[in-house]
Unconditional design. Structure first.
Length: 169
């Protein structure tokens, strides 16, 4: 990793290891951000306020050197940095600040994050790759990251399996 790639990156961690990894990164003097929100959890006998992760299994890590990059991966529970294609998912300082400001809002309720679910039959436009710009129809969504689509071209059907992030509305 080149020093020119310094900035915030998204670290994928094992399920339920987010807080442990976050604490270890702090001990290693690596700046990290773990966005949480306080939600009311309804128990059978009472209501309890708990901290819920805004992005489960993800920690934002500020990388200042290639040593930091590899030290974070050596932490028990850390799996990998998120990538889109061949590029690591990089988050700007502005986006981190926006998330922090968002979490400071006291009047916010029912906060949720989601990944767009593609439904069979949806018509989308491919926005990336060799098929960029083509209209397609979703045929199968058996995997979060891969989607089978049909492209009507020259009166023939072409069926392809493409990454879900290639599609847009």
């Amino acid at each position: 990793m080149k020093s020119a790639h310094n900035g915030w990156y998204v670290l994928y961690v094992k399920c339920h290891h987010e807080k442990k990894v976050f604490d270890v990164l702090g001990q290693l003097s690596i700046k990290a951000f773990l966005p949480t929100i306080e939600v009311e959890s309804k128990r059978t006998d009472r209501k309890k306020n708990i901290q819920k992760l805004l992005f489960p299994s993800y920690i934002f890590v500020k990388i200042n050197s290639s040593l930091d990059f590899y030290k974070t991966l050596a932490v028990n529970g850390a799996c990998m940095y998120i990538r889109f294609g061949m590029e690591y998912a990089k988050v700007s300082d502005e986006e981190i600040k926006k998330i922090q400001l968002f979490l400071l809002g006291n009047d916010l309720t029912e906060i949720e994050t989601n990944v767009e679910n593609f439904r069979v039959g949806d018509f989308k436009t491919i926005s990336y790759g060799a098929l960029s710009g083509l209209e397609c129809q979703v045929l199968n969504t058996n995997n979060i990251n891969k989607i089978v689509v049909r492209i009507d071209s020259l009166q023939k059907n072409i069926t392809a399996t493409i990454p879900s992030y290639y599609l847009q509305n």
